[in-house]
Design a protein around this ligand. Structure first.
Ligand SMILES: [Mg+2]
Length: 398
């Protein structure tokens, strides 16, 4: 009987740490200027029926332009605290066995604007369960990885030419095999940047672009012609999330001549599996950028990947700029469990951040290569001293 009781757990406390970790390099793109990681870290404490206390950690990246504001009337941290308290209700009200908790996590369908916080909740719950069960994430989910090594690509943010050149040369030195180039409204910038990229990386190098919802219809037509000249065929999110239907900009663009041979990748437009099915039905997006921080964590990301495959769409496992080692580890597990991600981004860690909150550096190595992490829970440990050092503000949820 004692053994049976061990497998019961209830969440007793939750606290959110608002981080501020400076980047090694100033970043900018068409919707925001950001020079530091502002991830929120969630710390959960759960009590097992034998009286032992277990800790789990999760991470949220809140981007209003991706999934909308949470609450207009409270500070971002306060509204995050309230939302997290709500999301954790099923795990606070009653103690549950591990398989019940996993089932509750799998079947949670919160409002789309809460998905970034669900990512923190889900990651922390999986982390706490791994520690509680003394299993790694693969054992916990009873799933074997599809691959043991991942090859990460890079992102070139919108930068002045000298900074872009420096970063491109660093990617080249590291042997990174593919890049996502952030472009915007200014055609002159787009052209000069892509010229520079081709000069440094070569004509055959694997490139795609992300517009971050930056274009008008006319700009899209004009830019697609230019991208063709540069041998680029994957274009992320030309317009941003919009109402579905034949009159949407993306639907019109997909039917236009300018879109011939182009694949549009949904980012802001793909928050839920429903969005993917709609994109497939309307023949708008051919590819989905799945990101744990946007889509609600590892389980939701795997669900998105399966939905995309069923709908006949390609997908990649992406990341948010500024993720800490928590999401690097969770993202790596997700990418290793997906059947066929075309690209994988993430694990930038020490390449981008001036410090981190994990004990180990999870950055990818030469060629963008990184091994999956076995036998160590979700694959990261938090250094609480480092966490305190990078915490700007904190709030106890309960
Ligand atoms: Mg994007």
């Amino acid at each position: 009987m004692a053994n049976l009781y061990k497998y019961i757990m209830i969440i007793k406390s939750a606290e959110i740490f608002q981080l501020k970790i400076p980047f090694k390099l100033g970043f900018s793109h068409s919707s925001a200027d950001r020079f530091f990681s502002d991830s929120m870290v969630l710390k959960l404490e759960g009590k097992a029926s034998d009286g032992k206390v277990y800790t789990g950690w999760g991470e949220a990246v809140l981007r209003e332009y991706v999934s909308g504001a949470i609450d207009q009337h409270a500070s971002l941290l306060e509204s995050a605290g309230n939302a997290v308290t709500g999301l954790l209700a099923p795990f606070r009200d009653a103690d549950h066995q591990t398989h019940i908790i996993l089932e509750l996590l799998r079947t949670m369908i919160p409002e789309a604007k809460l998905l970034p916080l669900l990512c923190a909740v889900e990651t922390a719950m999986l982390d706490i369960l791994c520690r509680f069960e003394n299993k790694d994430i693969y054992e916990l989910l009873e799933r074997e990885p599809e691959r043991t090594q991942l090859i990460y690509g890079g992102t070139l943010p919108m930068l002045p030419a000298p900074a872009a050149e420096k970063l491109l040369k660093a990617y080249k030195m590291m042997g990174i095999t593919n890049l996502r180039i952030k472009i915007g409204r200014n055609s002159d910038y787009n052209r000069s940047t892509l010229t520079l990229v081709r000069q440094i990386m070569g004509d055959e190098y694997d490139l795609k672009t992300d517009t971050n919802a930056g274009w008008t219809f006319g700009q899209a037509e004009e830019n697609l012609l230019m991208l063709r000249e540069f041998g680029i065929h994957i274009v992320e999110e030309p317009f941003g999330r919009e109402a579905r239907g034949r009159d949407s900009l993306i639907s019109r663009l997909s039917r236009s001549e300018a879109a011939d041979g182009m694949i549009f990748m949904a980012d802001e437009s793909a928050l839920t599996p429903d969005d993917i099915r709609a994109a497939a039905a309307e023949k708008t997006f051919g590819m989905i950028n799945i990101r744990l921080a946007k889509n609600g964590g590892l389980l939701k990301a795997l669900d998105m990947a399966e939905t995309a495959a069923e709908a006949g769409l390609d997908y990649m496992c992406g990341c948010h700029v500024g993720e800490t080692g928590i999401l690097s580890a969770a993202g790596r597990a997700a990418a290793s469990l997906m059947k066929a991600p075309v690209y994988t981004d993430g694990s930038y860690d020490s390449h981008l951040l001036s410090g981190n909150i994990t004990t180990e550096d999870l950055s990818f190595g030469q060629g963008g290569r990184a091994q999956i992490i076995r036998g160590r829970g979700t694959g990261f440990e938090i250094d609480e001293n480092k966490l305190k050092g990078f915490t700007d503000e904190r709030i106890r949820c309960f």
